[in-house]
Design a protein around this ligand. Sequence first.
Ligand code: DGT
Length: 152
Amino acid sequence: LCMAMERTYIMAKPDAVQRGLVSDIIGRFEKKGYKLVALKLVKPARSLLEEHYDSLKDKAFFPSLMDYMTSGPVVAMVWEGKNVVATGRTMLGATNPLESAPGTIRGDFSIEVGRNICHGSDSVENAEREIKLWFGEGTIDWSSHSQGWIYE
Ligand code: DGT
């Protein structure tokens, strides 16, 4: 139980909130065995999203991405666990739902890349950057009684 634990930033996008899919997204991470260390409903400012998606600012779809992401509240979360950055991305499925496998969150609940319902950090470095951006120091350390039944 002393292994270094990763953290990742997971976000239910405005369409997930509108469509009532938040509990499915949270439930998959919870049931997998990952530990929730931060969660909030937030209507993000355009400036926050511009920083979050800074690497995409020259893409043709960036304005529509900003309109989509500012269209309503999102659920921002931080999940902790072994290899949670890469495994979290696997759980979300491919960015384009046309390519996401059935059984993944996007594969099961979405059809188009511009309405792909969730976000997950793509590297440990980006996870740290995104967690700081969305939560600052506002994550919570707590001891989970089930860790001994999830990790050997
Ligand atoms: P995420 O988790 O939302 O950051 O998505 P990633 O990391 O799987 O994919 P990324 O960072 O290349 O793209 C971020 C979001 O931008 C993606 O979830 C949906 C949108 N997006 C990406 N590529 C396209 C595209 O070709 N067309 C449109 N309309 N949106 C796109």
